[in-house]
Design a protein around this ligand. Structure first.
Ligand code: 1CP
Length: 355
């Protein structure tokens, strides 16, 4: 494997000093890029794109051709796991994901089992091929959904604002939800370990829906299972630590617990004040975030000044990875993305040099 030319991300995640703040963007490959839309059209559908390792490499590299980003993320989707469990994933045009066989009752829960990794071989192929195509330019991030976030889709069967079916199960049959979460935690740990073996140099757990829980619910149904995943991960590959990032959207109240969960970095959404986050969790973990993705709807100069505000809030201390507070949306302006990435590079160098 080629040696890493730019390991800024890995050093920042280890809270070591870096010359500038590394930057990548959640969902950096996606619909805001015309070249992504063209590749997706060629694939015919999102699921066909996701299942083609060659096209996954192509779209994973697209944002790196445009912007000087410090990481690539494997192109896949968190819902590959429920699909591999036989729940039947599809994407209705303009509607988001759908699972043909949601897991809503005792019988369906009893049938649920750990997917065979061979059903996720296309994801691992995408990891191997993307790593090879990067040729050491920047590290490759692998990922999975958190056990709870996956359960939200598996029980509800589709995207939802409030996930009422999941909440009903949580309060009426917590035993069933716990059983689903057990299976998910094992499946996610297997997939992340396989991604590490295939060449992922960082892994991230996306807990997009953890923030819809109560404080007690977050500990019981989300964090407890993320912790199990972290405890099962192989933390070293190719002689280097493989850092783990935990992102919970809406998790601002629980940062201390997240920082103690066994991850190396905590992703902050845009509602959190970075100074406050650092004060609360000290230097235990690195922090990632947290520009409001909506800033990318504004013209480049406006997005640039918001990026500067985020950099100032984190300050020049080691252990910050610049990112958005959630995934980039389809209406983001590619020129505003360019301005943000440029500002992170130039302004973070300046504040470090002035220290
Ligand atoms: O129409 C299209 O082209 C599909 C849009 C799309 C894309 C680009 C989907 C459908 N998934 C993806 C890729 C993807 N998804 C990546 C890799 C790309 C990258 O980061 O560059 C990643 C990391 C994800 C993760 C993902 N999928 C999450 C967690 C992160 C987040 O943003 O919250 C979630 C919740 C999903 C489910 C999902 N897949 C796709 C959509 C539209 C959704 C969200 C559905 C909902 O609103 O509930």
């Amino acid at each position: 494997m080629s040696p890493l030319e730019n390991d800024t991300l890995l050093r920042a995640l280890a809270r070591e000093p870096t010359e500038y703040t590394p930057v990548w963007l959640m969902r950096q490959a996606g619909r805001y890029l015309p070249e992504y839309r063209r590749t997706r059209a060629r694939a015919g559908s999102f699921t066909a794109l996701m299942r083609s390792p060659e096209l996954c490499v192509e779209v994973a590299l697209q944002p790196l051709e445009r912007y000087p980003l410090d990481a690539a993320i494997v192109f896949s989707d968190i819902l590959a796991v429920p699909d591999a469990m036989g729940l039947g994933l599809s994407f209705a045009e303009g509607e988001g994901p759908r699972l043909a066989h949601p897991v809503r009752d005792e019988q369906a829960v009893a049938r649920l089992s750990l997917p065979d990794l061979s059903a996720l071989e296309y994801v691992l192929q995408a990891v191997r091929k993307t790593r090879r195509a990067l040729a050491g330019r920047v590290p490759l991030i692998g990922f999975a959904g958190s056990p709870y976030t996956l359960a939200c889709y598996m029980v509800e069967g589709a995207a939802s604002d409030e996930f009422p079916t999941v909440k009903r199960m949580l309060y009426s049959r917590p035993d069933l939800l716990h059983r689903i979460l057990e299976v998910n935690a094992a499946a996610v740990a297997d997939l992340l370990n396989a991604q590490i073996e295939a060449g992922a140099q960082v892994v991230m757990l996306f807990d997009t829906w953890g923030g819809n829980l109560s404080a007690h619910g977050y500990e019981t149904f989300s964090l407890a299972y993320s912790r199990k995943v972290f405890a099962s991960l192989v933390r070293e590959a190719e002689g280097r630590r493989v850092p783990v990032i935990l992102f919970t959207r809406g998790g601002g109240s629980w940062l201390e617990a997240m920082a103690e969960s066994g991850c190396d970095a905590v992703g902050l959404d845009w509602t959190v004040d970075p100074r406050d986050a650092r004060r609360r969790i000290g230097a235990r973990v690195a922090l990632q975030g947290n520009l409001d993705p909506a800033a990318l709807l504004a013209p480049p100069e406006c997005a640039r000044s918001e990026a500067r505000r985020v950099l100032e809030a984190f300050g020049p201390a080691a252990g910050h990875v610049f990112n958005l507070g959630h995934g980039i949306g389809p209406k983001a302006d590619p020129d505003s993305v360019a301005a943000v990435v440029d500002e992170v590079r130039t302004y973070s160098r300046k504040i470090r040099a002035a220290r």
